[in-house]
Ligand binder design. Structure first.
Ligand code: SAM
Ligand code: SF4
Length: 336
């Protein structure tokens, strides 16, 4: 790089298999007010000490640098990102960064009843809300919290706030919430959101087993036995396969990370709450930039680290049976 010129700025952040990266997922905290059993290990995690979390300024500096490298979409996640005190400011500041066109949030929905409108005003475009059961007891068994009514009220508030796109994420687990698939589909008759059925993925301590995974093909067949699913156009890098049902206000989507992988078109890179750049959710490869940020490293040095991380992105993740044995960070520590 010389005189502020850097090849990545022109060609985009490209890995060794030619994939160009446009989408940055930023974890703002590893803490959460829920305890979803598929996400957080049963034995809990050691929360990061607060000085290990990137500060707001550090997060924004990284987004600025990524924006200069061709990233145009940022998603805040966690842990629970709405626990971060200055989330509205982070949204608004990110939105004003040159190159960043879309700012999105993934949340458990617990704060939306009070905050959806504030997030919208700050400039948030897209919101994904996790909701795995419509039954109070099952919701409590999964999240270890009694918050179903609050989350439903939050979803309603979000729809009223006028977001570009609202998705409801449902992780389907056999023997836990599989009986609710058609109930979730029914919600989209009147509500204009996308219900996205996500295949259960293995992470450290989440008791995943092949038997607990309900594959996409089976979820889809169950829905198609009752409804016509019309395929919608999805961008090649989209992780979801989206469909509509004639006459329904919402849409149905599937995230098939386990049975139909989408590694070939992956344009995502992650920044963990403690400052690690992770090019793949399922690979231990990561490059931490927190110390460099705190030593006052210049942009060129940070860009080199980002490129180093991107070059370590594997062509594809390992088959699911191997994934379940990889000792890695849990989902809550990576940022979903
Ligand atoms: N706390 C926020 C939430 O729950 O939406 C954001 C973080 S959470 C880790 C992000 C997404 O990852 C959620 O939609 C959650 O359902 C999903 N997730 C977590 N663990 C998963 C697993 N084992 N398999 C599939 N999806 C998972
Ligand atoms: Fe928290 Fe989200 Fe993980 Fe549930 S899925 S424990 S809400 S971070």
């Amino acid at each position: 790089m010389f005189l502020g010129y850097n090849e990545s700025m022109v060609s985009g952040l490209t890995d060794s298999f030619g994939r160009v990266h446009r989408y940055l997922r930023v974890s703002l905290t590893d803490q959460c007010n829920f305890r979803c059993r598929y996400c957080m290990p049963e034995h809990g995690i050691n929360w990061l000490p607060s000085h290990d979390l990137l500060t707001d300024e550090e997060v924004l500096r990284m987004i600025r640098i990524f924006g200069g490298l061709g990233i145009n979409k940022v998603r805040f996640t966690g842990g629970e990102p709405t626990l971060r005190p200055n989330l509205e400011t982070l949204i608004a500041e990110s939105k004003s960064i040159p190159g960043i066109e879309v700012v999105a949030l993934t949340t458990n929905g617990s704060t939306l009843k009070c905050k959806a409108e504030d997030y919208r005003r700050a400039g948030l475009d897209i919101i994904n809300i996790s909701l795995d059961s419509l039954q109070q007891g099952t919701f409590r068994d999964i999240t270890l919290r009694d918050q179903l009514k609050n989350v439903l009220a939050g979803i309603e508030e979000t729809l009223q706030a006028g977001f570009q796109e609202v998705k409801v994420n449902v992780v389907v687990m056999r023997g836990v919430n599989e009986s609710e698939i058609l109930h979730f589909v029914q919600l989209t008759k009147d509500w204009p959101f996308t219900v996205r059925f996500i295949e259960f993925m293995p992470f450290v301590g989440n008791k995943w087993s092949q038997a607990s995974l309900m594959p996409y093909s089976e979820i889809r067949s169950e829905i198609e036995a009752k409804h016509d699913l019309i395929p919608l156009h999805n961008s090649p890098s989209s992780v979801g396969k989206d469909f509509c049902i004639p006459g329904y206000a919402g849409k149905i989507g599937f995230v098939t990370s386990m049975t139909e992988t989408f590694c070939g078109d992956c344009d995502r890179v992650r920044l963990t709450a403690d400052g690690a750049i992770k090019p793949c959710l399922f690979s231990p490869a990561e490059v931490n930039v927190r110390a460099l940020l705190r030593e006052g490293a210049d942009e060129e040095t940070i860009v080199e680290k980002i490129e180093e991380a991107i070059q370590r992105k594997p062509r594809e993740h390992k088959p699911m049976i191997h994934l379940s044995t990889i000792q890695e960070r849990s989902m809550i520590q990576i940022g979903g």
